[in-house]
Design a protein. Structure first.
Length: 198
């Protein structure tokens, strides 16, 4: 089953609450971005969510392992870590430390080789490929090179659920699904999906 996951990039806790409240009622998962210039995972307050809505955090920050405990405390179900921010050894340690508590998944920038996950691919359930060259921003155009990356990753690791984040619209979504993507993280185009049907 293909999942469309709304992405939220907020500058402060108030904006986060407003954006969460404005999500379509059909949303069952929410993807919250954490960047150097946005809200911090350690900021005080709660992350409100509707009943049955799963929260996933996308950590695009240095030393992401320092924030996992706080996110688990706040009932996040999945934590995506930019693989470029840690070594493969540290990422493997994070997987082992939090196994059974929260799903840990890598996120790869467009230029990052798919081989970056080889050493721990057998220990993860999912992987995210960034669909835009400049991460940490919404409204950027989709990088067409990502479609063959999805196909190659799906062929190499068919057990992994592949997510694509950034630049996804309805037309691109069809091509990504055909290549093997199962989760599409959508920011600025999210209303298009829910208005016209997923």
């Amino acid at each position: 089953m293909i999942k469309i996951i709304p992405a939220i990039l907020a500058r402060n806790e108030r904006e986060l609450e407003e954006k969460l409240a404005a999500l379509p009622s059909a949303s069952v998962s929410v993807h919250i971005d954490f960047t150097d210039s946005s809200i911090s995972p350690s900021v005080e307050g709660e992350y409100p969510k509707g009943e049955g809505v799963l929260l996933e955090a996308h950590l695009m920050i240095p030393h992401p392992q320092e924030y996992i405990a706080e996110l688990v405390k706040r009932e996040f179900s999945r934590i995506l870590i930019q693989i470029e921010s840690v070594s493969p050894e540290v990422f493997a340690e994070i997987i082992h430390e939090w196994r059974g508590s929260v799903e840990i998944a890598p996120s790869l920038e467009v230029e990052t080789p798919l081989e970056a996950i080889d050493s721990f691919a057998h220990e993860i359930q999912s992987v995210q490929l960034m669909g835009i060259a400049e991460i940490g921003a919404q409204g950027r155009p989709f990088d067409i090179r990502v479609i063959p990356r999805v196909a190659a990753l799906h062929a190499k690791y068919p057990h992994l659920t592949i997510s694509v984040d950034g630049g996804v619209n309805k037309e691109i979504a069809e091509r990504l699904v055909a290549a093997g993507a199962m989760r599409l993280v959508v920011g600025s185009a999210i209303l298009e999906f829910f208005r016209e049907g997923v």
